[in-house]
Design a protein around this ligand. Sequence first.
Ligand code: 1VU
Length: 217
Amino acid sequence: MALCAVMLQILKSRSGCGAWGRLLQRQSSSGVYSSVHAFDEAEIREKLQAFPGGSIDLFKQDSGIAVLTVNNPSRMNALSGGMMVDLEERVSELENWTDGKGLILCGAAETFCSGSDLNAVRAISNPQDGMKMSMFMQNTLTRLLRLPLISVALVEGRALGGGAELTTACDFRLMASDSVCEDRRGIADFVADIIGDVGLKKTSSHIKRRISIKSSR
Ligand SMILES: CCC(=O)SCCNC(=O)CCNC(=O)[C@H](O)C(C)(C)COP(=O)(O)OP(=O)(O)OC[C@H]1O[C@@H](n2cnc3c(N)ncnc32)[C@H](O)[C@@H]1OP(=O)(O)O
């Protein structure tokens, strides 16, 4: 994978100095929602695990660069419930990786991610469970964004819906020339999905810049 090789070189050569060094000093922290918001993580984990399929694979290299792969090729790397739980666990692992410098987030089989698995989304049919799934993912993506690692989303093929959101949890997006990164629900929903209604009022400018990937293609 040529793009991946280029990113590895850039991360290896740049990490640990100047602005990059400052980025590395960011501290991991907890997500947005907790029991204060009536969020019961164990409950939603159990519900998500009822929708298995695919995996999120983490490969930590001795160089300090990790590769996180969204792996569900038969569904264009759609995120099943089990993969959402996997992602949270891989983020926890990265939060505890003291030797880490950089992270490449990519999809298997030369495509990025076609969003949430529509079978799981359809099955989670009531608004309460939908909200809990959204809170779970917002917590995970917030923690991914706050990792003290330089992170790059390597986009080949399609990054759609939740797949496009996933790219916004990285510091940078490197896109193949024929790749597509879009959310068909529109910018407002896109923002709301990432940070939620409460967070919307506090949207920081860097998040707004990330959203502009939709219109920049
Ligand atoms: C946060 C909210 C969200 O993320 S909602 C989900 C937003 N995403 C979408 O709406 C994308 C839905 N998928 C598509 O539009 C197409 O499958 C895309 C990705 C464009 C690929 O088209 P094409 O190259 O023709 O392949 P295909 O449709 O035959 O797909 C191959 C198999 O993969 C499956 N697949 C794809 N995406 C999903 C998905 N998000 N959830 C569940 N399954 C998905 C297709 O159903 C198809 O499966 P099968 O081979 O028919 O069994």
